[in-house]
Design a protein around this ligand. Structure first.
Ligand code: NCD
Length: 311
């Protein structure tokens, strides 16, 4: 029916063709419909999925685990590094080889950039990257695309501002590629010290992306159909002093929203610290909690596709 994703790893935001993106979105809508009508789904019955989180997570881990449960698969999980042999000094490769022998698919998050690729190299089963260091977070970017399609009715030809920590924020690193691919204009609005890494901006431009960089948030908002806010990634700073210099440097509130188009959609991968004032939460364009809910359907789609159970 769709495309054959069986056995594929999900590692970054630039690995998908447009046809594949479409298939993933259609599959996510299909699962959303089935869940919402109260169906008991058994598409992954008999399979075991491992969830390995070497770094804190709420939404990514729980939405994956909910997805695994809702698909009728069984879950083995490691949410606490302290309770695993990683604490004894085991290498990532050895942990992955071992877990790969127990399960049919591995979902992982790790603080080191490039770790998902390393895992995929040693695992025979598909590896889904739930975030590797400051590098990539493809499942978040896919659920962001799914959210834009739902909120706006379509995707493409829009202007999206990425506001915040574009240096260490892995979600915008993945989403930048998808926005370029889907022909959305991007405005990068960040404090100077948290700018999008040059190599990503250059790569996006070489792929034909239309990008503007600014530190003028009001201007960026006035131009945008969507604003995608990110948290300052405290844990990735070389020192706490460096973090202190940047924290609180942008806060989206009612006052700033006056400069935005009335139809603006506000997104955030969450967790939020203080970069979106809670007074904005009731604004109809505030999509961040709907965005988080979409994550489960999108992850159901990915699990179904890479295990070959959804076709
Ligand atoms: C993001 C992450 O882990 O990169 N969170 C998420 O998965 N929704 C964003 C963040 O931590 O700021």
């Amino acid at each position: 029916m769709l495309m054959d994703f069986t056995g594929k790893d999900i590692l970054n935001g630039f690995q998908f063709s447009n046809k594949e993106l479409n298939a993933i979105m259609e599959t996510a809508s299909y699962y959303e419909m089935r869940v919402k009508r109260g169906e008991i789904i058994r598409d992954l019955e008999g399979l075991v999925v491992a969830s390995l989180f070497f770094e804190p997570s709420t939404r990514t881990r729980l939405s994956f685990e909910a997805a695994i449960n809702r698909l009728g698969a069984r879950l083995v999980s490691m949410a606490e590094v302290a309770n695993s042999s990683v604490a004894k000094g085991e290498s990532l490769e050895d942990t992955i080889r071992t877990v790969d022998g127990y399960c049919d698919c591995i979902v992982m998050r790790h603080p080191v950039s490039g770790s998902a690729i390393r895992a995929a190299e040693v695992a025979e089963h598909p590896v889904i990257n739930g975030g590797d260091g400051s590098s990539q977070h493809p499942t978040q970017a896919l659920l962001d695309v799914y959210t834009i399609r739902k909120e706006k009715g379509h995707i493409g030809g829009q202007t999206i501002t990425f506001l915040g920590d574009l240096k260490y924020g892995r979600t915008v690193h993945s989403l930048g590629y998808l926005m370029q691919q889907l022909r959305n204009k991007m405005i990068f609005a960040s404090p100077n010290s948290l700018k999008m890494p040059d190599e990503i901006t250059k790569e996006l431009k070489s792929r034909g992306a239309e990008i503007e960089e600014t530190d003028d948030i009001k201007y960026a908002l006035s131009q945008s159909d969507i604003v995608y806010v990110t948290r300052v990634q405290r844990e990735r700073f070389p020192s706490i002093e460096e973090y202190e210099k940047c924290k609180g440097s942008y806060i989206l509130n009612h006052e700033l929203l006056r400069y935005a188009k009335p139809s603006i959609t506000i997104m955030h991968p969450l967790p939020r610290v203080d970069e979106i004032a809670t007074e904005i939460d009731t604004y109809e364009g505030s999509a961040y909690f709907r965005q988080a809910s979409n994550g489960m359907y999108l992850r159901m789609a990915l699990l179904g596709l890479v295990t070959g159970r959804t076709r």
